[in-house]
Design a protein around this ligand. Sequence first.
Ligand code: AMP
Ligand code: MN
Ligand code: MN
Ligand code: MN
Length: 284
Amino acid sequence: MSAILNADLHCHSVVSDGTLTPEELAARAKANGVDLWALTDHDELGGQHRAAEAARAVGLRYLTGTEISVTFADETVHIVGLGFDPDDAAMTQGLYDTRGGRGKRAQEMAAQLAQVGIHGAYEGALRFVGNPELISRTHFARFLVEQGHCRDTSEVFRKYLTEGKPGYVPHRWATLRDAVRWISEAGGLAVIAHPGRYKFTANEEYALFTEFQAHGGRAVEVVTGSHTPAEYVEYADKAREFGLAASRGSDFHSPDESHCDLGALPPLPAGLTPVWELLADRIR
Ligand code: AMP
Ligand code: MN
Ligand code: MN
Ligand code: MN
């Protein structure tokens, strides 16, 4: 297999909270020079066969992917899974259960927003939803921007929908242990997504890495659209310290919202094991 120069192993389609279809993403990844791609919709495998087929059609190597919502130390942590069997029954059921609370949570978010004078947010967010099982905060953010409450979705997440702000509803997602197990037992590899984004103390972060690894997790995102250059260095060091492989992904959601386009990332820092080397036999 020729060397992989540009791997993008984290992005979202209309099957979760992205605005492009799997086919549009494959075409965009190809146009941007990506040569190994994974679609990682939140808590969903519904786009996997389409993405793999679209990747093949445009001549792009592909790994199956997902991004699982996990509750750890009372915070939401995201665990990316790569290279698993997209038809695995236990994982499919686990993700179905993980998605299950989203409808009720969305109703509660809308009720809170109504209390600060923003009415019709549930119906409004639904208009942006591509998958009725996957209503997310991103869809509410798009509705608030459309209604002129905020200029862009980042402003929404500063003023609403986050802890202490109107529209924030705490939610219990999958456990770390279950998420890592679903991925591993389906033949894939678990990756800690964008660790620089969590508001953990040093001790809590150490506990996340340690427990993740104890459950069989193997990699961490080092170069991601969610990290600063200083965080590339910080998490490259963490990967070496824990003996974890390193992943790379834009976390692209939308041409209008994402500051990092598909494949538009620096290379992994030297001296790391790229996660795709551990997944060579899972690449299609
Ligand atoms: P949910 O799974 O419903 O809690 O929604 C989480 C999603 O909201 C993430 O996957 C991001 O797409 C989006 N999100 C969270 N925080 C921010 C932020 N600060 N700026 C932009 N998007 C965000
Ligand atoms: Mn998202
Ligand atoms: Mn994430
Ligand atoms: Mn993501």
